[in-house]
Ligand binder design. Structure first.
Ligand SMILES: NC(=O)c1ccc[n+]([C@@H]2O[C@H](COP(=O)([O-])OP(=O)(O)OC[C@H]3O[C@@H](n4cnc5c(N)ncnc54)[C@H](OP(=O)(O)O)[C@@H]3O)[C@@H](O)[C@H]2O)c1
Length: 264
């Protein structure tokens, strides 16, 4: 029975992947979360689910993360942030944790079975090839709105690539996302979508990447986009998210001032 791990199963992408995998009776799922209570609140049907195992821990807990991912065919790395906070490092922190867990599997557990393929959630904006037809102004605007997230994603990708000799990763780099029903998807190495992609179609694309045969290396270490093949709706929150993120890029101290005022 194929086994998949979802890191960040409580997030938008993690939930969409879990939703699709639960529909497939032929797979087992390992969910890595920092709060199983939150996950059970989102999906009460997971209590005592025969095909789902939940690992509640933090990224610093290498042995638990290793136990979660070791028996898997693929790992969907969906730990992320949507907030363009100055200095954010969640993608790099996750890359460090995943590589440490893979080292643990090999060097501490002496498990020499094939390692799982890591399917990394990233963003199309950081991929020059996928974005070559995107108008420069539009890309610049979006880049400014999520500059800290993109800097983090680039650092994480560079870190994974340092380990190319002994592990395998695929970088899934979609354009704008929206909560919508499945419209159909296509995985592309050539272009970015010009319309929004639903989280469920993104999930289907990521599952397609994770389900590839181990010998099929076509997409390994490649930045891929997922395109919608049907109609999806516009995400009205997106322009505001970009504008808010631009503020944190242009005046980083403002982020911390507002953040500490809100929490204090
Ligand atoms: N939105 C878009 O239009 C768009 C477009 C292209 C690419 N993307 C990519 O998608 C990402 C956002 O994905 P998403 O919407 O699925 O994110 P999300 O809903 O915010 O989910 C983030 C997940 O990461 C977990 N997490 C966060 N910090 C953690 C930590 N320190 N330790 C362990 N787990 C942690 C969260 O757990 P908790 O539930 O416990 O907080 C949650 O499960 C962006 O960063 C970007 O790279 C987004």
């Amino acid at each position: 029975m194929p086994t998949f791990a979802i890191l960040g199963a409580t997030g938008n992408t993690g939930q969409a992947i879990l939703t699709l995998l639960l529909r497939d009776e032929s797979v087992k799922v390992h969910c890595f979360v920092r709060s199983s209570r939150k996950l059970h609140g989102q999906m009460p049907e997971l209590r005592d689910h025969k095909r789902v195992k939940i690992f509640e821990s933090s990224l610093n807990d290498t042995p638990i993360l290793a136990e979660c991912i070791a028996p898997c065919d693929a790992v969907f790395s969906c730990i992320a942030t949507e907030e363009n906070s100055p200095g954010c490092s969640i993608a790099l922190d996750t890359a460090h944790a995943v590589v440490a867990a893979l080292c643990h599997v090999r060097c501490v557990k002496k498990n020499y079975a094939p390692l799982p393929r890591i399917i990394v959630l990233s963003s199309g904006t950081i991929n020059d090839h996928l974005c070559r037809d995107t108008p420069t102004f539009a890309r610049y605007f979006v880049w400014t709105g999520f500059s800290n997230i993109y800097a983090d994603l680039l650092r994480a990708e560079a870190y994974y690539r340092l380990h190319r000799a002994w592990m395998t990763a695929v970088f899934v780099q979609p354009g704008g996302l929206v909560h919508d029903s499945q419209a159909g998807h296509a995985v592309s190495t050539e272009k970015e979508a010009s319309t929004f992609l639903s989280f469920l179609d993104l999930a289907a694309g990521m599952i397609e990447c994770g389900s590839k045969d181990k010998d099929d290396t076509e997409w390994d270490w490649v930045g891929l986009s997922v395109l919608p093949t049907g109609k999806t709706r516009f995400n009205p929150k997106a322009p505001f998210a970009v504008l808010r993120g631009c503020l944190w890029t242009i005046f980083p101290p403002l982020y911390w001032i507002l953040h500490s005022a809100r929490s204090g």
